[in-house]
Design a protein around this ligand. Structure first.
Ligand SMILES: *Cc1c(COP(=O)(O)O)cnc(C)c1O
Length: 370
């Protein structure tokens, strides 16, 4: 414990700056409370809950301006389950994966399955990023739009024409950035980042080509566990249900967030909030005597996750600890990155004026720790 108590005018209106689970808006939890008895604690096979799933799928379609023929899928298990599901049911023979941090690396591990050819990896050091590139014999190109562990971000674009699928991990980008889904075949995410939901589900916007691939592999003699079957996800999602019981509260949180986002201007609104917040963070760091953006190339700096290195005179862990004692939470860096760093979510729900206040709070703490 320290006795460093932040002046109240430096305290953000909400102290949650974590990259997932992330700030959940009060209106979202009120939506759960309002659904007490009518939806919470009722059967997921009956209309009340299935209608929530339907409204979430429609809300996502509206938000993403879903291209003709694309569908919204959902299933249990979060983005991590999606990696295994893709290895069983989306990669035909060989994937190419971009790896420049923890999450890209985890998909690459899942794609190293005995029934597939050794994946081709495009690797860049942490703090940098690398795009996929067309190559012979590749049927899935996969990359994270936003590498949450490092704060590096790539533009979303189709890698190759002619049958190979472009598969984008949008877990921490979806709901906070503008995207043209026609550039992708599978755009997947879990709801506990920009959408302010809770963990445990994955969602994907999928193209007709991706559906065709899923159907074809499912009809082959490849062994696919029921729980990880993308064919089941397609069939159940079309009926607004999941193979097994979903977290209904998480669906309600997402429904409420989509109502807010779509009523406020959709993707443009979301991107303008995250762009404003991240610009405040990076401009502050560049002007600071002790802080520097970790991602040195400005064009790949994330608009949703700002990673800020502190110089060695400042103990970032101590600064985070003091902030935490003052109710400013989850500013620590990704645990395995091991840097003297602060990582700040600039997600859509976070008010840019709170990011502004946070920079002043960091200045105040660092000055007193010196
Ligand atoms: C958080 C995150 C994941 C993991 O999501 P889970 O739902 O916990 O499996 C995967 N990819 C990215 C880019 C993430 O930010």
């Amino acid at each position: 414990m320290t006795d460093l108590q932040l002046p109240t005018d430096l305290l953000p209106s909400d102290g949650r700056f974590g990259c997932g689970p992330s700030l959940v808006r009060k209106q979202q939890t009120e939506h759960i409370a309002n659904s007490w008895q009518s939806i919470m604690g009722t059967s997921h096979r009956k209309p009340a809950v299935k209608d929530v799933v339907g409204r979430v799928r429609e809300g996502l379609a509206t938000f993403f301006e879903l291209p003709d023929g694309y569908e919204i899928l959902l299933a249990n298990g979060g983005s991590t389950a999606f990696w295994d599901a893709a290895s069983f049911g989306l990669i035909e023979r060989r994937a190419q994966l971009a790896v420049f941090g923890e999450f890209g690396g985890k998909f690459a591990k899942a794609a190293r399955a005995p029934w597939l050819e050794e994946p081709e990896l495009r690797e860049a050091p942490v703090g940098d990023a690398i795009e996929c590139a067309p190559a012979e014999g590749i049927d899935v190109y996969a990359y994270p739009q936003n590498e949450t562990s490092t704060g590096a971000m790539l533009p979303v674009r189709r890698v190759a024409a002619g049958g190979a699928l472009t598969v984008v991990d949008a877990t921490s980008a979806a709901g906070g950035t503008k995207v043209d889904l026609a550039e992708t075949d599978v755009y997947y995410f879990a709801p506990q980042k920009n959408f302010g939901g809770d963990g445990g589900l994955w969602f994907a916007a999928v193209s007709p080509a991706a559906i065709e691939r899923i159907e074809r592999i499912a009809a082959s003699d490849r062994y696919i566990p029921e729980f990880l079957s993308l064919k089941h996800a397609v069939d159940n999602s079309r009926k607004n249900q999941t193979l097994n019981t979903p977290a209904i509260a998480s669906l309600l949180l997402l429904e409420s967030q989509l109502e807010w986002l779509n009523a406020s201007g959709g993707m443009d609104f979301a991107a303008s909030r995250t762009n404003a917040s991240s610009a405040i963070m990076y401009e502050w760091a560049e002007a600071s005597s002790f802080a520097t953006p970790f991602v040195s190339r400005p064009e790949i700096r994330s608009s949703v996750v700002a990673t800020i290195d502190l110089d060695e005179r400042v103990d970032a862990a101590k600064a985070s600890a003091v902030l935490r004692e003052n109710g400013i939470l989850d500013t620590e860096p990704y645990r395995k990155l091991g840097r003297n760093q602060l990582r700040i979510a600039c997600f859509t729900s976070i008010d840019p004026s709170d990011i502004e206040r946070l920079t002043k709070a960091i200045d105040w703490v660092v000055e007193r720790l010196a």
